[in-house]
Design a protein around this ligand. Structure first.
Ligand SMILES: [Zn+2]
Ligand SMILES: [Zn+2]
Length: 374
């Protein structure tokens, strides 16, 4: 109607601050996201919030890694855990277990048909390997710098190209596909075989495939991942970097063809960048979360900064994170969660700072840390 049109033009529905929000950011009448000079984007209360109030539910799990050692005991979909008992439903082809048929069906639906093929390929690759492959990480190595990261990816670019050509030829030999005139030589096949001989890291492979599948199944959500990417040096140590580069080649060699165009250094690198600051540990719900099953990325949940004395409590309910006010919160107070797990919260200031620096790469300047300095 003409009158509505006029009023919309004169009074835009969204105030300018809302329009500037990155895709995937949480929105609520209780808080607003603003950019701060010191800690990037942060969440601030826009009204008084009573202790216990539900602040946000993050059901936007984009990527998750269940460590291989927990795959029989922790449900692939809802992450439930029965005190170390093997779950009743085990899908040997994809290497996941589930607490009930409903969880299995939901997991399958989320992966999609191409995703299921991808998990089967990875499972077949990992099954044939010895355990030593997975235990190579030396966590005390320094974080690789940008130059080292670029060099590691560059070093495999020609091998990657040869593998791509070898795989593209597969498509050409499929009965229903047109030949693409690619000549595959011994050199191409050798590059592929060489990639398969590299040591396998099942958890890094899971991370990579989970990220590639998310981009494949939800192309429009990729912007949410990019919106959170900040750190140019996301790898924890040199072993970690090389495990990613090797996993890239493994995946090029085995993934279903429709995923090959998304299996790029860019996709994997940007997920690592996202992960290095924004992932949440998936832990047991009892015993202060003493069992660490893996981790995941929930983009909307990533906007809360850390404090060692948080005013927001986060709780995992299946595959969803729920955020509640842990105490009364005044208007304009920053809403913070803690990135530390149960036991870590009790550490001394120095040890907390070390953990935060090592895992998330920042110096904590929260109330509780500052207090002790003065
Ligand atoms: Zn379940
Ligand atoms: Zn602190």
């Amino acid at each position: 109607m003409p009158t509505d049109d006029t009023s919309t033009r004169q009074h835009p529905r969204s105030p300018p601050t809302m329009a500037a929000l990155p895709p995937g950011a949480p929105t609520s009448s209780l808080f607003a996201i603003r950019t701060t000079p010191h800690s990037g984007r942060a969440v601030f209360a826009t009204s008084f919030i009573l202790e216990g109030t539900l602040i946000w539910r993050s059901d936007d799990l984009a990527l998750s890694v269940l460590l291989r050692e927990y795959r029989r005991e922790v449900c692939g979909h809802c992450f439930s855990y029965e005190h170390g008992r093997d779950l009743s439903i085990r899908d040997q082809d994809v290497g996941f277990a589930f607490c009930n048929p409903d969880c299995q069906a939901k997991w399958k639906e989320a992966q999609g048909p191409i995703g299921l093929q991808a998990w089967e390929k990875i499972e077949a690759l990992v099954k044939g390997r010895s355990k030593e492959d997975a235990e190579m990480m030396d966590v005390d190595l320094p974080r690789p710098k940008k130059k080292e990261i670029d060099a590691a990816w560059d070093a495999v670019s020609s091998q990657a190209q040869l593998i791509r050509i070898a795989r593209t030829a597969e498509r050409a030999t499929n009965a229903d596909a047109e030949g693409e005139g690619v000549k595959v030589t011994k050199q191409h096949k050798k590059a592929l075989q060489k990639a398969l001989c590299n040591p396998v890291n099942p958890d890094v492979l899971s991370f990579c495939i989970s990220g590639i599948l998310h981009r494949y199944n939800h192309p429009s959500d990729w912007l949410k991942v990019l919106a959170l990417a900040q750190d140019p040096t996301p790898y924890h140590n040199t072993d970690d970097l090389h495990a990613f580069v090797r996993s890239y080649l493994h995946l090029l060699a085995i993934l279903p063809l429709p995923l090959l165009s998304l299996c790029t250094p860019e996709t994997l690198y940007l997920w690592s960048v996202h992960d290095s600051h924004n992932s949440f540990g998936i832990r047991s719900l009892e015993d202060d979360g003493s069992e660490f099953f893996g981790y995941g990325c929930w983009p909307a949940a990533s906007y809360f900064n850390h404090s060692c004395a948080p005013n927001i409590e986060k709780q995992r309910e299946g595959p969803v994170w729920v955020f509640r006010a842990g105490r009364d919160v005044e208007v304009e107070e920053e809403l913070c969660i803690t990135y530390l797990s149960g036991e870590e919260r009790k550490l001394s200031r120095g040890k907390r700072m070390l953990t935060l620096r090592r895992n998330w790469g920042f110096e904590c300047g929260c109330e509780r840390c500052e207090e002790i300095i003065v």
